[in-house]
Ligand binder design. Structure first.
Ligand SMILES: Nc1ncnc2c1ncn2[C@@H]1O[C@H](COP(=O)(O)OP(=O)(O)OP(=O)(O)O)[C@@H](O)[C@H]1O
Length: 771
């Protein structure tokens, strides 16, 4: 049952909770005078009649009644002093009103409005001479049982009449009065502390808290988005304002291209290039996104799961990445089991994801996001491609999650069949216009039809009319424009940096398992160098390593094989999982860790391939050549081949980081390979710009190293068999000295490092991917 509660904290710290609906009145006066006011605050700071609350069924407003001290209205970290001429202002869930001197808590009364189904009375811990520890661990004085809360999250210490909050390098941080804090912060009386969606109140040397959270409300205020420039300029969100209450299950619907996804991306904070404001529990979502993203889950349209992992392993890796570092494996496993139960997939936990049905995969993606127990959950067309039965089932699951798991769920959908399961529908019209926000019955009454499909048609015909009509019917106060003008600078909180080494380890383990589980592909990748070595042996001249021309051609072919192998090992490895990467990046994935984890395992694979190629080929050739450093030159060729493969793997990663699909990557590959052929300096004598380009190719340095090791300059030319007097003009390329070979190896290594770094930087674009 929804309850609208006002917590009143007097200037002396006395706390009273007022149930606003118990009065059964539309207007409630607040003030000191018991004969005139419904809510009496016996405090000298409050005027006799200080303010008035106006209650409607679905919204609430407040007006200052020309009080002596006025009322401060707090919104998303901003603050505005109200007087009677401001008229009514909207009061949303978690709105804070302060009366009196906001700089002196002893002369201030605080009013905190909360609106939710879940309620419990404030619990209290006194700070008298002691430290109050807050965290997930039962040893803390205040235990907040949420997977996103660190075991020891923060502590509050009172010493010498000062109270200080220490963030204990928690994974998800702490906010005080709507602003993220870093390290230590001095607390003042009546400060509101927020950890995820838990609200704690510091007052009179006590900390007040609820162990049950009231859920997340979301409010969009005048959200506009314009894309393109000049004649291509287009408004794709048009002044959208709407409110979603805690634990509501909401569907965003509307015709194709109406801006549903754009709206969802904006209100989820995953796209931040829009004007207007979005408030999440009255905190500015964009300004505090780094903090709030930990309570937000987002399931994009494509699945965010790896086909070649079992469901349980997939969830375990995600848990390791998303849950605080201090979470024990046993805790993770318990959470995984709980999440699998929620989505009815417990019996499939050991099944490979590739073997699950479409509906089960969708549930698996939802399970991935549920692991961190997000309180605000977004889903982009989760039912697309599902049969009607599975669709209904999924909708019922989501509806149940909203109610039983205390979540606010918002999804984009095209279907109208199961919308009665939703608490609210947001109807978008062409041009990003909000044409309705309310429940299904209200929508049907508003549009005068009992068929939701008719509403699509009505909106398509007259979007501006319906936007205007809904806007007028939904007007709660005239003040909205003013109050949303308050701006707050984004605060970057310096929170505990998740250990990069740990993340690298998790990602490398996951990628290793993925490579290992795709045994067919792995076998193909390992057979390839073997087959190439056989083919090279077939075409190899018997004079190889004795005669210049045949050796040079063969070394070039060997180098090209290395480039081919390396590039095709990696070219699809990032683009094929771009959706998962985007989701994980928006959570807390570090791109360098991701890139290096991939590169490291590819480097191991490349080493095995280089060993196969080099040794099979050279053993078949069977020539005993002395190396530059070693008596057996095969090891020197192997190292050169490995460095060639490594640089090519890095090239493949750059392509893979730039494009969004495997098809596109394969379309780019021939161009890159042709550049390697043309500018290697072997097929053509290069001068000017051609020579400069060749310095940037892997093939040039690879052949140079191989040629130097094989002492190409010292080998006889074919013609010298007939004309022994003919001179073999040494090429500057192939200096058979140890110093030269090392220099070229270092160049190949440096190229690899630069290419990997460029690939990592390019990966940042993943954040701009639309879906
Ligand atoms: N970055 C962008 N640049 C140009 N146009 C854009 C951009 N993003 C969205 N649009 C356009 O804005 C409109 C709304 O897009 P959006 O994807 O939000 O619609 P939708 O209602 O989710 O559509 P659908 O139901 O077809 O998925 C479309 O016309 C789309 O082409």
């Amino acid at each position: 049952m929804e309850r609208r509660m006002l917590t009143v904290i007097n200037s002396n710290g006395a706390i009273t909770e007022v149930d606003l609906d118990k009065y059964n009145k539309k207007e409630l006066r607040i003030g000191r005078d018991g004969s005139k006011c419904d809510i009496v605050i016996a405090d000298p700071i409050v005027s006799k009649v200080h303010g008035m609350i106006h209650l409607e069924r679905s919204y609430l407003m407040y007006r200052d009644e020309d009080s002596s001290n006025g009322t401060f209205w707090e919104n998303g970290g901003g603050r505005k002093l109200l007087s009677k001429r401001d008229g009514f202002v909207d009061i949303f869930d978690q709105t804070v009103l302060r009366i009196g001197n906001v700089n002196n808590p002893d002369e201030m009364v605080l009013l905190l409005y909360q609106n939710s189904d879940e309620r419990e009375d404030w619990k209290r811990v006194s700070l008298d001479g002691q430290v109050v520890r807050i965290g997930r661990d039962p040893e803390n004085q205040i235990v907040l049982r949420h997977p996103g809360v660190s075991k020891r999250h923060c502590m509050i210490i009172r010493k010498d009449n000062h109270t200080v909050l220490h963030d204990l390098r928690s994974a998800n941080g702490v906010m005080v009065n709507g602003r993220a804090v870093s390290g230590n912060v001095e607390l003042n009386d009546k400060d509101i502390i927020q950890i995820l969606d838990y609200k704690l109140l510091y007052c009179n040397t006590c900390v007040y808290y609820h162990t049950v959270t009231s859920g997340i409300s979301l409010r969009a205020s005048h959200v506009n988005k314009i894309v393109g420039r000049g004649r291509k300029k287009k408004q794709i969100l048009n002044d959208v304002s709407c409110e979603i209450r805690p634990n509501e299950f909401v569907a965003i619907i509307g015709g194709s291209g109406a801006g549903k996804t754009t709206l969802m991306n904006a209100i989820s904070g995953f796209e931040q290039e829009f004007t207007g404001k979005v408030y999440c529990n009255n905190v500015d979502l964009v300004a505090q996104f780094q903090h709030l993203k930990n309570i937000i889950g987002f399931v994009p349209q494509q699945d965010i799961i790896y086909e070649n992992l079992t469901l349980k392993r997939m969830l375990l890796y995600t848990a390791k990445l998303k849950m605080p570092e201090d979470t024990k494996k046993q805790e993770m496993e318990q959470r995984i089991e709980a999440v699998l139960k929620m989505v009815d997939l417990l019996e499939h936990q050991n099944t490979y994801i590739r073997k699950l049905s479409g509906g089960q995969k969708k549930r698996a993606s939802i399970a991935v996001e549920l692991l961190a127990d997000p309180k605000l959950f977004f889903l982009d067309e989760p039912t697309s491609g599902l049969d009607p039965g599975t669709e209904k089932n999924l909708m019922e699951t989501l509806s149940r999650l909203a109610k039983e798991q205390n979540k606010t769920i918002i999804m984009v959908t095209h279907t109208t069949q199961n919308l009665h399961l939703c608490d609210k529908i947001i109807f978008m019209g062409p041009g990003g216009r909000l044409c309705f926000c309310g429940n299904v019955q209200e929508a049907e009454a508003f549009y005068g039809t009992s068929n939701l499909v008719d509403i699509y048609n009505k909106i398509a015909e007259q979007p501006e009319y319906w936007q205007r009509k809904f806007g007028q019917s939904n007007q709660t106060s005239t003040f909205r424009n003013n109050v949303t003008d308050m701006h707050e600078k984004p605060i970057v909180s310096k929170r505990k940096k998740e250990s990069a080494l740990r993340q690298f380890g998790i990602l490398a383990e996951r990628y290793g398992e993925l490579l290992w589980n795709d045994k067919q592909r792995l076998a193909l990748l390992l057979i390839q160098p073997f087959l190439i070595a056989l083919l090279l042996n077939i075409v190899a001249d018997k004079n190889i390593f004795d005669i210049y021309e045949s050796t040079k051609s063969m070394l070039f072919a060997l180098s090209c094989s290395g480039i081919w192998i390396g590039m095709f090992d990696s070219i699809q490895e990032i683009c094929k999982e771009r959706v998962i990467l985007k989701r994980e990046y928006m959570a807390n994935l570090k791109l360098p860790c991701y890139m290096l984890s991939k590169f490291m395992l590819q480097a191991v694979l490349g080493l095995v391939q280089s060993i196969i190629l080099t040794f099979v080929f050279l053993n078949l050739i069977g020539k005993d050549v002395k190396g530059i450093f070693l008596s057996d030159f095969r090891l020197e060729v192997l190292l050169t081949m490995w460095l060639t493969v490594l640089a090519s793997i890095a090239m493949g990663f750059i392509i893979s980081a730039m494009v969004k699909s495997g098809d596109k990557a394969m379309a780019v590959a021939p161009f890159v390979l042709i550049v390697q052929l043309l500018f290697s300096g072997i097929l053509f004598t290069l001068k000017g710009i051609g020579k400069k380009i060749s310095y940037c190719t892997v093939s040039r340095w690879s052949v140079e190293a191989l040629g130097s090791i094989s002492r190409l300059n010292k080998l006889d030319l074919k013609m010298q068999a007939d004309f022994p007097m003919l001179e073999h003009e040494a090429e500057s390329f192939f200096k058979a000295t140890g110093g030269h070979v090392i220099k070229v190896w270092l160049i190949l290594l440096a190229m690899t490092i630069v290419l990997v770094a460029i690939g990592t930087v390019l990966l940042r674009n993943v954040a701009k991917d639309r879906r």
